[in-house]
Ligand binder design. Structure first.
Ligand code: NAD
Length: 502
């Protein structure tokens, strides 16, 4: 059997139980059907995978109450005990990594070559934040003349985690692991387009010994289950990953209950290539950062800014490489780009191809549908674009690159910053002084110099402008999931103003 056939057969085995029972919610440690169901379909061949429990406000209420009831005991557990559970979850993710990867490929269209690693990164998230459990409450001592001021951190309470469909397993662990490490309990509302691995994660957590109610899973639509979660009075904070306009809605929905929010939103990230860069490496990285993961990644380098003197050759090589990329079945290990998540998203990406043409940019590669089943788009490159075009300003979120030329550093910086987003930037130059100066001026939360996006978990992850609010990673995650408390001890008999003594 080919690797594809082997993967398909193994996947069929894993899917059997979902086909039998559908995907149920998991509330307070129990499987719960929703008020009704919705279907999850594979973007590979548009076939039904299985029905999914459609949670509504009553399910969210039950989950929030379970999370509230479980909170005191989970928060009071020692960091060492919480660490043990999180490490066990990490071990069990590794044991089920193949199942997670195959299900994710089938549910989302992501290529196996990337999903195998994404599953393991989920385990890393649990292991890393598991190690941080023991220091989660650490604070500072800030003595003043008459007081010893000490700070200590406390988990904020039950939190809502709302995740998107792109690399959903990895992103869910990225939010849930630090929340649990901090001592919070969680209600998770995954994206309606990719429910499989969220269910697997909730089972792993239960089987690893996470007490009932500490992690609750409610599937459903954004406008009802998602909305109810953001409005629930027992939910103290919302960690959200998704589109900028959804973030804005969540902010409004959470206003009445004064929700703390943490947003990881959209991007239109520049990769800036100067003529003194190592152009072969820059080419590899630019291609990787836009076409891997089907271009459905928030940190994708979707705007190429390339210096005039090297632009023609660089763009020609790019177009050739884009045409060589293997688009195909996500379970085939040879596949580099799989199908887009769903029909509406596919239509949106194809519409941007028409917009790019109509606005006068040159379609240098791709821009076509591949096959007549599934949502496959060939890797697309537009050249001769200007920064005011919609394909330069709006997040397409597919294998879709827009190339814009610049003459000097000042122009490159102006172009790079002239968008509503500010998530990441990639700078390619061998002039370190310029790299530093450029990074100083670039409006982005994260910048890589002479590199693709390589995550190091202790570093801050997040965006500026319309790309987000707050940072994740290392201790930054705890800033969101925890409250600071100050206790101030008087050191002696300092003078207290004695009012009312005449
Ligand atoms: P989306 O905003 O449509 O949906 C995300 C989640 O929000 C889903 O679970 C959805 O059901 C829920 N939702 C929708 N409306 C809601 C509402 N009114 N109240 C509460 N919840 C609601 O995003 P998507 O299309 O699933 O994901 C793609 C987007 O995510 C892109 O814009 C991408 O850039 C962004 N993203 C950002 C990061 C980052 O780190 N900055 C990471 C991954 C994805």
């Amino acid at each position: 059997m080919s690797d594809l056939a082997t993967h398909q057969a193994t996947l069929d085995g894993y899917l059997t139980r979902f086909r039998d029972t559908g995907i149920l919610n998991l509330i307070d440690g129990k499987d719960v059907a929703g008020v009704s169901t919705f279907d999850t379909c594979s973007p590979v061949d548009e076939s039904l995978i299985c029905p999914v429990a459609k949670g509504g406000s009553a399910d969210i209420d039950a989950a929030a109450k379970a999370a509230k009831a479980a909170f005191p005991a989970w928060a009071a557990m020692t960091g060492a005990a919480r660490k043990k559970v999180l490490h066990k979850i990490a071990d069990m993710i590794v044991e089920r990594a193949e199942e997670i990867a195959l299900c994710e490929c089938w549910d989302t269209g992501q290529a196996f070559r990337f999903m195998a690693k994404a599953a393991l990164r989920g385990a890393d998230n649990f292991r890393y934040f598991g190690d941080m459990c023991v220091s989660a409450q650490d604070g500072q001592s800030l003595p003043s003349a008459q007081h010893m001021n000490v700070t200590k951190r406390y988990p904020i309470g039950p939190v809502g985690v709302i995740t998107p469909w792109n690399t959903p397993f990895m992103l869910s662990t990225w939010k849930i692991a630090p929340a649990l490490a901090a001592g919070c309990t969680v209600v998770h509302k995954p994206a309606e387009f990719s429910p499989l691995t969220a269910r697997i994660l909730s089972e792993i957590c239960r089987d690893a010994g996470l007490p009932d109610g500490v992690l609750n899973l409610v599937n459903g639509m954004g406008e009802d289950a998602g909305r109810a979660l953001t409005e629930h009075p027992d939910i103290k904070a919302i960690a959200f990953v998704g589109e900028s306009k959804t973030g804005s809605m969540i902010m409004k929905q959470g206003a009445d209950t004064l929700k703390r929010v943490h947003f990881e939103l959209g991007g239109k990230n520049p990769v800036v290539v100067f003529d003194d860069a190592d152009l072969e490496r820059a080419l590899d990285a630019a291609i990787f950062m836009i076409y891997s993961l089907n271009g459905e990644r928030c940190t994708s380098s979707s705007r190429l800014l390339v210096q005039d003197s090297i632009a023609e050759e660089f763009e020609a090589k790019l177009a050739q490489r884009a045409k060589n990329i293997v688009v195909g079945h996500p379970l085939d290990p040879a596949t580099e780009v799989g199908p887009l998540i769903h029909k509406v998203h596919f239509d949106k990406v194809m519409e941007y191809v028409e917009i790019g043409k109509a606005d006068g940019a040159t379609l240098a590669a791709g821009g076509t549908r591949q096959g007549d089943k599934g949502y496959f788009v060939t890797p697309t490159l537009f050249t001769d674009a200007t920064n005011d075009m919609r394909i330069a300003q709006e997040e397409v979120f597919g294998p879709f690159l827009t190339s814009i030329r610049f003459k000097d550093e000042a122009e490159a910086l102006a172009l790079a910053n002239d968008v509503q987003y500010g998530l990441t930037g990639y700078v390619w130059t061998n002039d370190l002084t310029r790299a530093m100066r450029f990074s100083d001026g670039l409006e982005a939360g994260m910048i890589w110099v002479n590199s693709e996006n390589v995550r190091h978990l202790p570093t801050p992850f997040g965006g500026t402008k319309n790309s987000g609010i707050g940072r994740d990673g290392g201790d930054w995650s705890f800033e969101f999931y925890m409250e600071q408390k100050l206790v101030s001890f008087a050191l002696g008999n300092h003078k207290i103003q004695a009012l009312g003594k005449g």
